[in-house]
Every structure is written in C-alpha cells, then in structure tokens.
Design a protein around this ligand. Sequence first.
Ligand code: PNW
Length: 452
Amino acid sequence: MSGAFPEGFLWGAATAAYQVEGSPLADGAGASIWHRFTHDPRLMIASGDTGDVACDHYNRMESDVDLMKRLGLQAYRFSISWSRVLPDGTGRVNQAGLDFYRRLVDRLLEAEIVPLPTLYHWDLPAALDDRGGWLNRDSAEWFAEYAAVMYRALDGKVTRWATLNEPWVVADGGYLNGVLAPGHRSIFECAIASRNLMRAHGRAVQAYRALGRHEVGVVFNIEPKYAASNSAEDLAATARADAYMNRQYADPALLGTCPAELREVYGEAWEDWPEEDLALACQPVDFVGINYYTRSVVRASDSAWPLYAERVVQEGAPHTETDWEVFPEAMTRTLLWFRERYGDIPLYIMENGAAFSDPANSTGAPIVDDDRCRYLADHIAAVRDAIAAGVDIRGYMVWSLFDNLEWALGYAKRFGIVHVDYETLERTPKHSARLYRRIIESNGTAIDREIA
Ligand code: PNW
C-alpha cells in the first residue's frame, strides 16, 4: 500500500430516488415505470416490495441531511425523479416536485455538503413508457428537455451533473432480461434502448453546454472480466462479456465507436450505428463516474445465450449477500484499465459497497457490520493504489447511505452504512458509518488500521 489521497478528495455517500424517497405520487408527481413495475401483479418483484414508503426520505429530507452532516459526509450523490418534476415526462412542470430538489440542494449547501445529482437512475416517467420509452428515438429530446429544466432550476447551486446511471443495467435488466422495469425481454429492444440511452446522454450534455458553466458527466458500472483459462474459447467469451457490459456504453460516449464484439453478441438484432448517432453520443464530458462492486471470472458456454459466456463461481472466496465475489484488486485494475483505454479523464467512484446481513439488532444496540467495514477499507485502499499509479480520481461515494429498496431484490438486501428499521423508519448508523467518518476526517489514512 502506498500513496495518499489528494487534498480536496471528495468523500460522500450515494442513494437513488426510487430506492429511498417513498411517496412516489405525492404533490402532483406522475408515476414512473418503477412504480408501475412494483404494482403490476404480472411484473412486480418477488417479495411484493414497492417504493411506496422506502426510507421515507421524501418526508424526512431535512433530518436526513442533518444525519449526513453528523456522519461527516462532504458530498451526497442522489438522483432526481423525472416524473416528480415532469409528471408527463415532457411539457408541464410540477413546481412542488421541483421544490423538493431545490430544498434538498439548499439544505445540503447550508450543511456544506456538495450535491451530486444524477438525472436518470432508472425511473422513467410511465407516461413516456406509454410512448415507447427508450425504444422511441424521441427519448433523446425528452431527456434533454427534462435535463434543461433541472439545469435552470439549480443553476449556480449544482456544479457537477451526471446524466445517466449505468445504462447497461437499464438496457440489460429492463429490456433483455426483464428483471427490472419496464420488464421486457427482447434482444432487439435491448440494442435499440442502448443506442437511444447514449443519444439521450449526448443531448443532455449538449443542453448543459448551452446553459451551464460547470461540469457534466456520466456514470458507468464496470465489472472486470477475468478469463477462466487461456483457451481461445474462454478468451473470446471473456472479450464478449467485457464488450457487452464494460465497453458497450463507454466506447460510444468516449471514443465514438462501438465494440466489434457486439455484432456477434446481438446477432441479427445488431445494426451499425449511423455516424450521426455516434457523433451525438460522443460529447466531451468533464468527468466519468465509475460504479465498482465485483469482478467476474468467465468461461465459454454453449447454452448461455446471447453471450455464450458464463460466470464461474469462485468457491471458497468471500462473497457478499448478493453473491458478488469480494475482490478489491480488481477495482485498481478497473481504474487503470479505464485510463489506459479512455485517456486521462477525471474519475469519481460514484458507487462502491456491499450487501451483508446485519447481526440481529435490538433497539439501541450498536450494529456491528465488520464485513462491510472490511469491504470498504479494502476497496478504498484499492482506489488509493490506483491514485498512486497516476489515475486522476477525485472522489469516492459509498453505496449506500441507507439500507434501501434493492430493486428486484426488495428490502432484504442491505447495502447501507446506516441501518433503516422498516417498521419505525428509524435510522441507526452502523459501525461502518463510524469507520467511514474516521476515514473522511483523516482523508483516507484511517484505513491503514483496518487493512493492517
Ligand atoms: C447498482 N450488475 O446497480 C445501482 O446503481 C444501485 O442502484 C444498486 O442499488 C447497486 O448497484 C447495488 O446493486 C447494479 O449486475 C446492479 O453488474 C447490478 C449490477 C451492477 C450494478
């Protein structure tokens, strides 16, 4: 372990609107595809959980910001619910919805916490899904219109905007595997939605250049793929998996190209992007957000359509409650790879964290989450290694501030450094929150005691 975090490195925590806010239809908000997904008996998530209450952050925002302050956070990454602000997705603005985010940002600034909003964390207005959602080429214009409303409303207060969170998850989970909203299963739709998402990102960056004076970027999930063997089959399968998850969106946005392997992955569903779509997706950005959780080891598989690649479970290795292997070195590798491939762009870790079941908690008792403490310390050390190797990393946001609705997995999987009692909605900082405060106060050096 070597090096240190640069002065001014930004330490924070992240959430997303549908996962924490609750009150999805309050004060004139329109429904989102997530509201529809969790309430439609033909779709809905297995547990029957919904975002109707979630962490009730919508009603507890002020005291939640006070809690962030007590935890020592320097930044708060959150997302904006598009259909709170534009109930129909375009057109009429719902002032009450907009006001919620204005109040949140004002409260954060008063507390000297940097607001880091993301415009799209998966909750498309249902009214736009009725018009084809991300399958409609007009979605790029819809998104730019919404983005411009937000840029204007928070001008001078927000200095760093993210357009999309994890377009890969949106397209793969929402349009290919059907496990996330809107719950479709079509490889043709996955290809179309992927392209429109990146066109929308490009239009939102253009809209920012026309209106804003600060920074705009995009957030990608990266899960490095390790080949299970050096056989030609496994190496090719690993390249397909890597292209599909890690390069499918970053290449168009940052290089203006599409990975060659995608033609093979999508087969007859593949269409070369016209030059104008590549040009639109590839707008200069001021930063890239990286979400890192795990790696995967990949081997070829004749049955695993459409990638013909499958994950090899690493028996005996530590895993989180979401069955993700704990493998911090891969985070350093990811960050080095990213700079190598895409150049020296300022990076923020916009998500990193782990679901572990908390030991039984009687009211008031401390919540000892040693597994999460270890995970965070080891991964923050991995970020430090990447910085020591010269990667320009500006900040780290832990996922998540709160236990929250883990999408299709419901409330059972807890990622928070703050425990949420879903009966009383009481918040209780876990040991990891206390550790994280020491890490922040020491600008990272407190991890040395943990990783020794
Ligand atoms: C991220 N994968 O999702 C999301 O941005 C969060 O909203 C979510 O709660 C968090 O990770 C924890 O799951 C991902 O399968 C979901 O590679 C799945 C993957 C990656 C990211």
